[in-house]
Design a protein around this ligand. Structure first.
Ligand code: PLP
Length: 292
């Protein structure tokens, strides 16, 4: 099976709750039961890994973050080599000429049971060339949490990549109502956080900065990869407490993520922002070159 538009692997689990292997199954056949906690409670974690030419981008960073999310949700520790093998099999089943992604999901399992549920689902995605070129209109939305929420209230799981994304999707609908394409969340005490599915990066001269990862936000794999690359190109990089004034003053800004890659911000709450086309293109050339 190769060249498919979608592919699915489901995991088998041992008594300790770690995945022991996987099976490729027909992605059009239902694979979950209705009492699955992923569906009824959103109780699980995931990673979305971009594929270019059939090869995954920065898989090690995704697996490390999956392990971190697993720990934060008290899910059973996983053998990451088993997860990587499933991802590679799913990737190999897809059409390598179409940009795709694989979603790795681990949930607490079926209500009342003791075994997790896990799967790796891959499919093609639409091109993001337009948005990478033209940029995003973003709005700032109050997330309603202080910037120190990860320290004061770890049970809110801020910083884990959980499958509970209803709020993030609601934020996109609010952006659309305001005539925008995307969102930058701001803490209730005024600090820039992240997008609903992306990390904010600012450029000031030859310095790149992003919001500190201890602010209850997800540590982005794309941003981390871009910072490592940028340092090798002579940029300085930093993790800061940033405010909307910093965004307004920055020479350029992006929302970066694993599938859309680096998308420049072209306006904030209706105020135009210059798009740095050259650095956007260099960012995306680097990210696409990572396909392993
Ligand atoms: N922040 C949030 C809330 C996200 O959901 C994502 C990705 O989905 C990101 C940041 C960007 O992370 P990555 O670059 O690893 O895709």
């Amino acid at each position: 099976m190769t060249g498919a538009s979608a592919a699915l692997a489901v995991f088998d689990f041992g008594p300790d709750g770690a995945a022991t292997g996987h099976r490729l199954v027909d992605p059009t056949v239902p694979a979950l039961t209705v009492m699955e906690l992923a569906a009824t409670r959103g109780d699980g974690v995931f990673e979305t890994v971009g594929l270019i030419g059939g090869g995954p981008l920065k898989l090690d960073r995704h697996l490390a973050r999956l392990a971190q999310s697993v720990r934060m949700l008290d899910l059973p520790e996983q053998r990451l080599d088993v997860w990587a093998a499933a991802l590679h099999d799913v990737a190999a089943a897809l059409d390598p000429d179409v940009d795709s992604y694989v979603k790795l999901v681990l949930s607490r399992g079926v209500e009342g049971g003791t075994t997790p549920t896990g799967w790796a689902y891959g499919q093609a995605h639409a091109s993001f060339d337009d948005v990478q070129r033209d940029g995003l209109r973003v709005v700032l939305l109050d997330r309603g949490y202080r910037h120190d929420i990860a320290q004061t209230s770890p049970w809110l799981l801020q910083g884990a990549k959980t499958i509970s994304y209803a709020l993030n999707r609601a934020a996109y609908r609010e952006a659309e109502r305001r005539g925008a394409d995307d969102v930058v969340f701001v803490s209730s005490d005024g600090y820039l956080l992240e997008g609903p599915t992306s990390t904010l990066v600012l450029r000031e001269g030859r310095a790149l900065c992003t919001s500190r990862t201890d602010l209850g936000i997800l540590a982005g794999t794309t941003q981390a990869e871009l910072f490592a690359w940028a340092e090798a190109q002579g940029y300085s990089t930093s993790y800061d407490l940033l405010t909307p004034d910093d965004l307004a003053a920055a020479d350029a800004a992006w929302l970066v993520s694993s599938v859309r890659l680096a998308a420049p911000i072209r306006s904030v709450d209706g105020a135009a922002k210059a798009v740095d086309a050259d650095l956007t293109s260099a960012f995306n050339t680097h990210l696409r070159s990572l396909a392993g």
